[in-house]
Design a binder for this molecule. Structure first.
Ligand code: NAD
Length: 513
């Protein structure tokens, strides 16, 4: 992830630990402008992956709560308090929200860090500033978009305008809670929609803080609602609600496909899916700077402990540079500081949950059974912590791309290395995947780079880099990686519908008197 704004001076681990202990996060549902518990009083436990300790219990929205949130959103939309507000007014309020996010940067970063296990330094320098920038970017864009006039005969005027859809349900995962939330709610709100956000069970806290800031910024009651809860209950209720006009989902392919079923069995609402990935980092024999390449390959998979949907989890490397590159990647992995998320020196934090930890560690056994050479891959525990979900950077070398390690999304700090010869074979192996979210190609030949970029079936292709991106470019996948696109001005297409207004002008001549 690209750093967009610098955080303030560094803060010691001791200070972060005591701030975390003193934190009293909001844990209730946010519906129609107010925080309240679930109707039936249901809650779920939220644990910190930093040390496995119970952080708090969070209200679990049931079907009736989701119904309240959707009805509040629909009513606000119909009243036009936001949907028909002047675009400049929506821009002003969203800009204020972005400012408030930065004013509350440390608290948001701390919530994100203890809830998701992101290193506090990343949360301060990347997650919160990027989310705030996303909100500001769409606020600034919304009054600079023009609609269209169709090329009719002179006897008519046909306007093609973009109108907000109505109620947008946003269902998000735990790996980048704030950033992915901002990618969805910022363009949806800027375009005039009402939003009901369902955060992931593992990471609800920053979304609830965001709700508080949204209200403070002046987003009217009912326009932005947050319903934490269990996926099969609250997520499903949102997916099936007849007053929801669109679901924008990021998460796993199986759950994403479930939303298509919910839509088909309810009101046929639009569904945009951003699903998983198994992105290939292709390194060709003519790559000039293998040291820089190795650094990029390692960060491309190990950042956020590999819990990045577009993480470069496959290295497809030409046999002529294999040995040197793999040695270098393993060496970079060893230098990364794996540790307590509340220490600003930490570069790699935790796996998000105990369940996910078991899953990731299980893939090391699968890799051995499939005949790979395993570098790293063990569970570790930073000094001073008795529990927590930490896995060292792992390289599986000698992977058959058609096996489980080559095909399945591990979602941990694990790189699968497959050796090929020549660009054609490299691209063929890279494309041999059910996913198509992202890919990179390393070469010193610009013609080869273009040809490879053209042939790689992925929503984003990087050349001689990895994960260089920003809100200015679209993001989403091909194949099982989904159909939707977040980010860039194209996101407005996802949250608006085209309307044609055809005006009969009759005889188009000037009156003579
Ligand atoms: P998940 O699919 O389990 O959960 C995502 C969201 O769906 C959560 O809010 C969850 O509560 C909800 N949900 C779960 N079961 C549900 C159900 N039966 N009905 C309705 N809602 C339900 O995914 P996750 O484990 O939170 O996230 C990890 C996955 O997300 C990985 O596969 C990763 O690659 C993917 N991901 C994709 C992108 C992308 O942009 N393509 C980005 C981040 C993560």
């Amino acid at each position: 992830m690209t750093t967009v704004l610098g955080a303030a001076d560094s803060i010691s681990k001791g200070v972060w630990v005591s701030r975390a202990a003193a934190l009293k996060p909001e844990t209730r549902l946010f519906i129609d402008g107010a925080f309240r518990p679930a109707h039936d009083g249901a809650t779920f436990d939220s644990f910190s992956p930093r040390d496995g300790r119970l952080l708090c219990t969070v209200s679990a929205a049931g079907v009736a709560d989701v119904d309240d949130a959707v009805r509040a959103a629909a009513s606000a939309f119909e009243r036009g308090v936001w949907s028909r507000a002047d675009r400049r007014e929506r821009a002003r309020v969203l800009t204020r929200l972005s400012d408030l996010m930065l004013e509350n940067l440390d608290e948001l970063a701390l919530l994100e860090s203890i809830d998701s296990g992101h290193p506090i330094g990343d949360a301060r320098r990347v997650d919160v500033p990027q989310a705030a920038r996303t909100v500001r970017w769409y606020a600034e864009a919304i009054d600079k978009i023009y609609d269209e006039i169709a090329p009719t005969p002179q006897s008519a005027l046909a306007l093609i305008t973009r109108e907000p859809l109505g109620v947008v349900g946003a269902v998000v995962p735990w790996n980048y809670p704030l950033i992915i939330t901002a990618w969805k709610i910022a363009p949806a709100l800027a375009a005039g929609n009402s939003v009901v956000l369902k955060p992931a069970e593992l990471t609800s806290l920053s979304a609830l803080k965001l709700a508080e800031l949204a209200a403070e910024a002046g987003i009217p009651a009912g326009v932005f609602n947050v319903v934490p809860g269990l996926g099969p209950v609250a997520g499903q209720a949102l997916g099936r609600h007849p007053l929801v006009d669109k679901i924008t989902f990021t998460g796993s392919p199986a759950v994403g496909r479930g939303f298509l079923t919910y839509s088909g069995e309810s009101n046929g609402k639009q569904v945009a899916l951003e699903l998983g990935g198994k992105s290939a980092q292709v390194v060709l024999a003519d790559t000039e700077n293998l040291a820089a390449c190795a650094e990029s390959v390692a960060w491309g998979i190990f950042y956020n402990a590999g819990q990045t949907c577009h993480g470069g989890s496959r290295l497809i490397v030409d046999e002529r540079v294999h040995d040197e590159l793999v040695d270098r990647v393993v060496a970079v992995g060893r230098t990364l500081v794996l540790g307590d998320p509340l220490d600003e020196a930490t570069q790699i934090g935790t796996i998000a949950s105990a369940k996910q930890l078991e899953r990731v560690l299980g893939y090391t056994d699968i890799a051995r059974a499939e005949g790979a050479d395993v570098h790293g891959g063990g569970r570790v525990r930073p000094e001073g912590l008795t529990d927590g979900y930490y896995v060292e950077p792992t390289v599986f070398d000698g992977v058959d791309n058609t096996g489980r390690i080559g095909q399945e999304e591990i979602f941990g700090p694990a790189l699968a290395v497959t050796t090929v010869r020549g660009a054609a074979e490299a691209v063929r192996v890279a494309n041999d995947s059910p996913y198509g979210l992202a890919a990179s190609v390393w070469t010193s030949n610009i013609t080869t780079a273009h040809a490879a970029a053209r042939e790689l079936r992925a929503g984003t292709v990087w050349v001689n880099t990895f994960d260089a991106s920003d809100i200015i470019t679209p993001f989403g996948g091909f194949k099982n990686s989904g159909s939707g696109r977040d980010r860039s001005l194209h996101a407005f297409d996802a949250y608006t519908a085209l309307k044609t207004t055809w005006i009969n002008l009759g005889e188009s001549t000037l009156p003579t008197d």
